[in-house]
Design a protein around this ligand. Structure first.
Ligand SMILES: [Zn+2]
Length: 152
């Protein structure tokens, strides 16, 4: 046990439980898809998910799958576990990722280079089991996809 883990405290805050509005987000993430509500009236992408659009008050929406590409907008290192199941993982990096679709998503950062996270770095989504929260979206450095080379 590291000295940092030994000092880790567990928050007494009630763990987050999905709501009627965001259950689809969490279920889709567990299946490897990143979906957000898109307002049918004004096209605003709602996050967090809500029964009413904060921009135009419409209740109509459609779930939209996004590609999970974005940049790191801000980051911190959590030194306090927000659930008992995360206590052994403290300290861990968390970032606010600005997705290309405009949503800013607070998420765990993974597979960071030795020098750590840097604001503005390109990130892509991955899906990992985190504590007892099940499989959730996490973000790591953008993977370089090389163009296909035709076989000769
Ligand atoms: Zn709207």
């Amino acid at each position: 046990m590291s000295a940092e883990t030994a000092r880790a405290e567990v928050s007494t805050q009630t763990p987050y439980l999905p709501t009627e509005d965001d259950t689809r987000f969490w279920q889709s993430a567990a299946e490897g898809h990143l979906l957000f509500q898109k307002c049918d009236q004004c096209s605003y992408i709602r996050w967090p998910a809500a029964g009413v659009c904060p921009e135009c008050l419409s209740r109509a929406s459609t779930w939209l799958e996004v590609d999970g590409v974005g940049t790191l907008w801000s980051n911190v290192t959590y030194r306090r576990a927000y659930a008992a199941s995360l206590k052994e993982q403290v300290p861990y990096p968390v970032g606010l990722v600005e997705l290309d679709c405009g949503v800013r998503l607070l998420t765990r950062l993974v597979d960071l280079p030795h020098e750590g996270a840097e604001v503005g770095m390109a990130l892509t989504v991955d899906y990992r089991e985190v504590g007892d929260h099940g499989v959730v979206p996490v973000f790591g450095p953008a993977k370089t996809v090389l163009p296909a080379v035709p076989l000769v």
